[in-house]
Design a protein around this ligand. Structure first.
Ligand code: URA
Length: 437
């Protein structure tokens, strides 16, 4: 390749001319090692945001970002290895349910996860609400834990796709997060570096998600699946509804509680049904049978208690107190709570999940600045879900926080986030589409 000049890359993307794989590779190397200055990277990101990238440019960007750090391999494990990624939502505790279910069915899941971002929660924060539990795992411990419990959840280290760390920080402050090719490369570089053979993507769509409509979510899913395919991985994408929070609990310890309740057998809820459907997709990719057979396997893993045992094993391995799986009162509990009731009779016809997520941040369940400490007990428990009939005075939700002042701050936002209307709203399926081979 002729000598690399970042200005040439910016010019080409600005003029909608394609970049070669070599140019993209050199650019990502320069961004990672700091030889490309932030102002040039930011200019290129804005050009991508405005003009997009072709599919092959997006695939090259994803691979170059994957290779910017450590690429993990799980060849030493004696069974199929799967991974799962959610594009981010409110009340999304599916990993806490899915991972022990598939582990109980003989599929390993070494999971690298992140903390909450904006109004969306993160698996690491949720797990750390379990007394004693740590997610800062050394690679050797991580492997030993995956062998023992079938799954483990570690905090994503800086060594995994470090190019994404730099790019994400710049995107966050240059209004360039919302670009489908950039989101694809960001997510898939980390997923591919994690090294699983089978990848399930839970692409959230709706008011509480990055993708606000089905067309954008389907385009993101298509691009992410292409990137996985180009790297020889099997990938299924499921488009799931985020026009309402997932399940009834939002907030870290509250979500752990709800996940344990599902693993104890309360699978009739929309959350339980979604987790079984997602687990079945993973088991199908791992050659455990047809989708119907895999659904039965997932249900049986819960019914038999084996999935809950896997969760207890993982918690113990990560230095947490496994007795929480039997005794939910060992989870942190908030000092203050307050109920919000319906002001009229009717049906719950809208739940602004982004606003509910933001209210939970005000209650202490998320961060407003990078250094904020999370209150593990804070959050919201919904008493009614989308479509439910309520009478005037019925509880809609309960808020939990450390102080009355936090409850005061969140109350107005939460009242505005839930609409009760006289007419029954149309049914909204939780799964909008499944994209698989
Ligand atoms: N999650 C990521 O990891 N990256 C994005 O760009 C968006 C969501």
């Amino acid at each position: 390749m002729s000598q690399f000049h970042m200005t040439e890359c910016i010019r080409k993307t600005k003029m909608r001319q394609p970049l070669t794989a070599e140019e993209i590779h050199a650019m990502v190397t320069g961004i990672t090692d700091g030889t490309v200055p932030d102002y040039q990277t930011a200019a290129w990101l804005m050009a991508v945001c405005l003009n997009g990238l072709s599919d092959s440019e997006t695939a090259s960007l994803t691979m170059a970002m994957r290779d910017s750090g450590r690429v993990m391999s799980w060849d030493m494990l004696d069974g199929p290895v799967a991974d799962k990624h959610s594009t981010g939502g409110v009340g999304d505790k599916t990993t806490l349910i899915l991972a022990p279910v598939v582990a109980a069915c003989g599929v390993y899941m070494p999971k690298m996860s992140g903390r909450g971002l904006g109004h969306t929660g993160g698996t690491i924060d949720k797990l750390e609400s379990i007394p004693g539990l740590t997610t800062a795992l050394l690679p050797t411990n991580f492997l030993a834990l995956v062998r023992q419990a079938g799954f483990a959840v570690a905090m994503q280290t800086g060594n995994l796709a470090p190019a994404d760390k730099k790019l994400y920080a710049l995107r966050d402050v240059t209004e360039t997060v919302n670009s489908i090719p950039l989101i694809c490369a960001s997510i898939m570089s980390k997923k591919l570096a994690t090294g699983a053979d089978h990848i399930l993507l839970d692409v959230k769509v709706g008011s509480g998600a990055f993708m606000k409509n089905d067309a954008d979510a389907a385009e993101l899913a298509r691009l992410m699946r292409e990137a996985a395919k180009a790297d020889g991985r099997e990938c299924t994408a499921v488009l799931t509804d985020m026009d309402r929070p997932l399940g009834r609990c939002i907030g870290n310890a509250l979500e752990v509680r709800e996940a344990i309740e599902v693993l104890r057998g309360e699978t009739g809820s929309s959350l339980g049904r979604l987790c079984i459907a997602l687990a079945a997709e993973i088991l199908r990719m791992a050659d455990k049978g047809s989708i119907e057979e895999c659904t039965k396997l997932a249900e049986e893993a819960i019914r038999s208690g084996k999935a809950l045992q896997r969760l207890a094993k993982m918690i113990e391995g990560q230095h947490g107190d496994p007795r929480v799986t039997e005794n939910l009162s060992l989870l942190p509990e908030a000092g203050c709570s307050r109920q919000i009731s319906a002001e009229s009779s009717g049906y719950v016809s809208a739940m602004q999940s982004e606003e509910i997520g933001r209210a939970c941040v005000l209650l202490g369940a998320g961060r407003m600045t990078k250094t904020d400490k999370i209150d593990p007990a804070a959050g919201v428990v919904l008493s009614a879900e989308y479509g439910d009939a309520v009478q005037k005075g019925d509880p809609l939700l309960t808020m939990y926080a450390a102080t009355e002042a936090q409850l005061d701050e969140a109350e107005g936002k939460l009242r505005a986030a839930i609409t009760v209307s006289p007419e029954q709203p149309p049914e909204r399926p939780l799964i909008h589409a499944v994209l698989s081979d």
